[in-house]
Ligand binder design. Structure first.
Ligand SMILES: NC(=O)c1ccc[n+]([C@@H]2O[C@H](COP(=O)([O-])OP(=O)(O)OC[C@H]3O[C@@H](n4cnc5c(N)ncnc54)[C@H](O)[C@@H]3O)[C@@H](O)[C@H]2O)c1
Length: 380
């Protein structure tokens, strides 16, 4: 019997909606993408035309009995209200990162999902990509021995982007509450660490807002040289411990001109080096003690940009009655982690994290037959 695709709609037709709409329409057979909405009607109209789906309002999506999954691609300051409405409408919700702005909102969303008996997932889903799953395989097979520590570093320049759009910087997520680089790009690193090592039990560290008042730098912006206010943290350095005993170190800042990333796991018998966890198919290297660095063959599916794979995994979960790989507790834990570093900074102490979760079920490469990547989502 053919499995019925899950009718899915998107709320939020900004920059990242292009990637989602393209992948949800073409990459995953389990998804039947039907419509999109945005509070700026023209944005929804343009995306609906481009991807040949229905232009809808949020209310129309929430009242449509056939739509089962709604993907929340609004910016972080809108995540809570939009996800809450989706869950209260009795629909499964997939939200972009981070879950919301505060732990009180997060508690409320988790409770709302439970009460309405619907699924809730929070991006990023990049840890389901080929490189990240290969790294998980290397850890699980003990190929670098017992993991001792994970070290991640990311620098990039956020202050130059989006300025060509009038007023975009004030609205834009990375300069607003809930959206600085620890919340934004930090999510990719944290989710992959959680995928490899499970929950973190305590953290201490420092957060900063570098240059809280800063001028618009782009002469194409009508507010060129006016100051704007950065309402979020944009640098973070911290140390932490996973329940499994692995130690972690993470430094991230958006006030550099160049993009650089380091992501390594040190084990008793070797080292694992990952690429950018925001990508799906970056090379993965291992160095065994006493040997040189070797590129590890990637045998998992989803090497190409596959954002939306978390939505597809959720849809397969719905149809085959198994849990999502993106457990809502992971999104909750990532938010709790960054908030804990903010608390550690203020109170000069280690902060214990209260949430736990089971490591997500990996995508097994043996279920991938080289042509149908979705087999590996179906065969959980
Ligand atoms: N841009 C990227 O490269 C990128 C990559 C990965 C993830 N993300 C995440 O995706 C989310 C969206 O990012 P973006 O860059 O597309 O932002 P964006 O600002 O370009 O788009 C957000 C859209 O949501 C709409 N919106 C906001 N509140 C709404 C509401 N209450 N109801 C209906 N529509 C509403 C806005 O009008 C806007 O069109 C963020 O959480 C971000 O962290 C972005």
């Amino acid at each position: 019997m053919k499995i019925k695709p899950v009718k899915t709609a998107v709320i939020g037709c900004g920059d990242i909606s292009h990637t989602y709409l393209m992948n949800l329409k073409d990459t995953f057979s389990i998804i039947d993408l039907v419509g999109c909405a945005d509070m700026v009607a023209e944005k929804a109209t343009a995306q609906a035309e481009k991807y040949e789906i229905k232009c809808m309002t949020t209310e129309e999506i929430l009242n449509d009995d056939e739509i089962e999954i709604v993907v929340n691609l609004t910016y972080p300051t809108s995540h809570y209200e939009v996800s809450k409405a989706i869950l209260e409408a009795g629909k499964h919700c997939y939200s972009e990162k981070m879950m919301c702005l505060t732990m009180e909102q997060a508690d409320d969303l988790m409770e709302t999902a439970k009460r309405n008996n619907v699924r809730f997932c929070v991006a990023p889903d990049t840890f389901l990509g080929a490189s990240q799953q290969t790294a998980r395989y290397i850890i699980d097979k003990g190929l670098i021995g017992q993991p001792i520590s994970v070290i991640a570093y990311l620098s990039r320049g956020y202050h130059m982007i989006k300025e060509d759009k009038d007023d975009a910087v004030r609205k834009y997520s990375v300069m607003c509450e809930g959206g600085g680089i620890p919340y934004d790009m930090g999510g990719y690193y944290l989710h992959q660490m959680m995928n490899m090592f499970g929950p973190i039990n305590s953290v201490c560290g420092y957060t900063r807002t570098i240059k809280q008042n800063r001028p618009y730098l782009n002469p194409r912006n009508s507010k060129f040289n006016d100051n704007f206010f950065v309402n979020t943290i944009n640098s973070m350095t911290c140390s932490f411990e996973f329940d499994c005993g692995v130690l972690g170190m993470f430094a991230v800042s958006s006030d550099h001109m160049t993009k650089e990333t380091v992501f390594k796991v040190i084990g008793t018998e070797g080292q694992l080096e990952l690429g950018d966890p925001n990508e799906f198919g970056d090379s993965v290297y291992i160095t065994k003690n006493g040997s040189g660095k070797m590129e590890f063959p990637i045998s998992h599916p989803y090497k190409a940009s596959s954002r939306g794979i978390g939505v597809a995994d959720m849809a397969w979960g719905i149809r085959t009655d198994r849990p999502n790989r993106l457990l809502p507790e992971m999104g909750y834990h990532a938010l709790e982690f960054v908030k804990a570093v903010e608390t550690s900074t203020k109170e000069r102490r280690f902060v214990e994290l209260k949430t736990k979760f089971e490591r997500p079920v990996p995508i097994y490469s043996e279920y991938y037959n080289g042509t149908s990547a979705e087999r590996s989502l179906f065969l959980y």
